[in-house]
Write a protein that binds this ligand. Structure first.
Ligand SMILES: [Fe+2]
Length: 218
């Protein structure tokens, strides 16, 4: 699938995400060819994660599953706790899944939104990252960073921002894993995503890998 990731990346310029036939292994080969760098979601962890619905007691600490279990997750970006979060997230499903992945970009607001509320740019969050914490906003440098699992609102504007992302979730698109062997490319800079409730599908299995796009040496 030498050109598949390139095609999906091109296609994602419209909505911030695109899906097509493929496997995770093919995506990895393609990404290597394109010079993308794998970004483990947890420091020192493997680049590929297998995502399964789990109850809070079985979940990794500070993960969304620890808080939401098998129920619907809130909109978030992946790797929000990292100083340099991934640009691209690839999800792959070998089989099918009746649990959709929700996808929201700033145009999904019920009407076309040309601007972002000021509080999204200025609300300050405390971001927990293992033993380190740092302050940041939910939108900076042309990219979103938001995960209510690891970002604690520190001021009124940040609290408004948390309410904003909860409110706009109803405008999210739904990607349904209706055909086996598909991959979903998400531009993690422009799109927030969420898993719908998986209570009815405890056997759901999705693989994930994240990347930094090739960056010009400075
Ligand atoms: Fe995620």
């Amino acid at each position: 699938m030498a050109r598949t990731l390139e095609n999906l990346l091109e296609e994602s310029k419209v909505k911030g995400w695109a899906a097509g036939e493929g496997t995770l292994a093919e995506a990895q080969l393609d990404a290597a060819f394109l010079g993308w760098t794998e970004v483990p979601t947890r420091r020192g962890g493997p680049p590929v994660s297998t995502l399964r619905p789990v109850e809070p007691a079985e979940a990794k600490p500070n993960s969304l599953s620890a808080r939401y279990g098998m129920g619907a997750q809130p909109l978030h970006t992946d790797g929000a706790h990292l100083p340099d979060p991934p640009d691209i997230v690839i999800l792959a499903c070998e089989t099918t899944s009746t649990t959709p992945t929700r996808l929201w970009n700033r145009q999904r607001y019920g009407h076309v939104m040309q601007w972002l509320p000021e509080h999204v740019r200025h609300g300050v969050f405390l971001i927990s990252s293992g033993n380190d914490s740092f302050f940041g906003t939910a939108y900076a440098g042309g990219r979103f960073r938001y995960d209510p699992g690891c970002m604690l609102p520190c001021d009124a504007r940040a609290r408004q921002t948390a309410e904003f992302f909860a409110e706009v979730e109803k405008y999210a698109d739904q990607y349904v894993w209706s055909e086996p062997g598909h991959v979903l490319l998400i531009d993690n800079r422009r799109v927030l995503h969420a898993r719908a409730s998986a209570v009815q599908e405890p056997q759901r299995e999705i693989q994930r890998i994240s990347y930094h796009l090739k960056r010009e040496a400075s």
